[in-house]
Design a protein around this ligand. Structure first.
Ligand code: UD1
Length: 393
């Protein structure tokens, strides 16, 4: 590590994080004054939940790997905190960037902000931080913490992600938001406006960066699918897949829907394990119009998104990607932290009871609207780099 460069940790942990750090890594790498370092907490560890994304996104293997693996929320969060604290003390970053809302996001934030104050030897560049931009009264004896994708709220505290978002945003020094509703959420919570910078949606950067490669994929043909005739399913939220009755009900509905439009379901490990444990997997696998796949890499999966008739999901990222591409999306959740995808996009929420009706209504619609959400333009990483420049001069 060069002593003269600003040392930035980009924290990645779980599948949706890799698409968020990659554009920023590339943008920072092309700057002479900064050294981006990828830290992987190991929350996701299967080859097809982690490694394949590094290859697709052109990012190097993580320089630091914490290898924490799975566990209960407290175990996973605690293990990340303990491992990352040691890394912080040893590698003395100037800034850490956490993304999204997974357990590792909040764990790394907590570890960093609780480093002993006033021990400026913990960071290499403490004197170069332009604190006036932050308008804070405390002295930094620790790295700055920036949250990318800050301010999203589902207002549902039964979701582990909502807790992670609330805590991370309350503690981070810099809050990079994707949309105006996120700014409003933060100011309503009493967060100083000086900390908030609207930079746009970083996921769209990855999509645009790899658009040609995505379109060149043969995923559609490989699985004998027809353009815009199938529905793409992804489901992994504990509220949908952890309860045996709910999952049984959900599987029955998917099989029914697949009779109207064939479904493709790259199945998340959490969902597969539960379906197997509850004795539901065999029935899913043998359904004639429902194709179960292993999790796919980014470009192959996105090829299925680009070409589908609709998506049926409980993922956060897919709500955004479908809105950006003008593809109808049904989100199987009572709420969303991304309401802009409903108010200005193609997303609609559904309960399990209403699922078939919601899908029928959507299938009857023909329009693919254009997305005009400001700053969802593939240029978010550049704006983040400009923001970082403002803090270090
Ligand atoms: C996590 C995030 C969620 C995000 C999702 C994306 C939290 C609280 N949840 O949920 O916000 O939307 O990632 O996928 O941080 N497993 C494997 N292999 C892996 C990873 C997980 O088999 O590589 C299995 C394990 O049985 C594990 C379970 O999946 O216990 C759940 O993994 P975990 O990371 O705890 O939560 P996700 O459901 O993946």
């Amino acid at each position: 590590m060069s002593k003269n460069k600003i040392n930035i940790h980009l924290i990645a942990a779980a599948r949706p994080n890799f698409m968020k750090i990659a554009p920023l890594y590339h943008a920072l790498k092309s700057e002479g004054w900064v050294e981006p370092v990828i830290v992987h907490t190991g929350q996701h560890y299967d080859l097809n939940m982690s490694d394949v994304f590094f290859e697709d996104l052109g990012i190097p293997e993580p320089a630091i790997h914490l290898g924490v693996g799975s566990g209960t929320h407290a175990t996973q969060t605690g293990k990340v905190m303990m491992s990352y604290e040691k890394v912080l003390v040893e590698s003395k970053p100037d800034l850490i960037v956490v993304v999204g809302d997974v357990n590792s996001t909040v764990a790394c934030t907590l570890a960093a902000v609780k480093l002993p104050a006033h021990s400026s030897e913990l960071i290499a560049h403490s004197k170069t931080i332009n604190q006036t931009n932050l308008n804070t009264t405390y002295e930094l004896g620790r790295p700055l913490v920036a949250h990318l994708e800050a301010g999203l709220r589902s207002f549902d505290r039964t979701m582990p992600e909502e807790i992670n978002r609330l805590v991370t945003d309350a503690l981070a020094d810099i809050l990079w938001t994707p949309s105006a509703d996120a700014d409003e959420n933060l100011t309503r919570e009493g967060i100083s406006k000086d900390k908030i910078q609207r930079v746009g949606n970083i996921m769209i950067d990855s999509l645009e960066m790899l658009r040609d490669k995505i379109q060149a994929q043969t995923t559609l043909n490989d699985f004998s699918l027809k353009l815009q005739e199938y529905g793409l399913v992804t489901l992994h939220r504990p509220s949908n897949v952890d309860n045996p009755e709910t999952l049984k009900n959900l599987c029955t509905k998917l099989i029914e829907i697949s009779k109207k439009a064939p479904l493709v379901f790259p199945i998340h490990p959490r969902t597969r394990k539960n379906a197997e444990t509850f004795g539901l997997f065999a029935e899913l696998e043998k359904a004639e119009h429902l194709l179960i796949l292993e999790p796919l890499n980014y470009v192959r999966f996105m090829n299925l998104v680009f070409n589908c008739r609709f998506a049926l999901t409980d993922s956060g990222g897919i709500q955004e990607e479908t809105t950006y591409l003008g593809i109808p999306c049904v989100t199987l959740r009572p709420n969303t932290e991304r309401p802009i995808t409903v108010s200005q996009g193609t997303n609609r929420l559904s309960t399990l009871d209403d699922l078939e009706e919601t899908v029928d209504g959507m299938l009857a619609e023909k329009i693919r609207p254009e997305c005009n959400i400001p700053l969802w333009d593939g240029k978010t990483a550049g704006r983040v780099v400009d923001s970082i420049k403002g803090f270090f001069n």
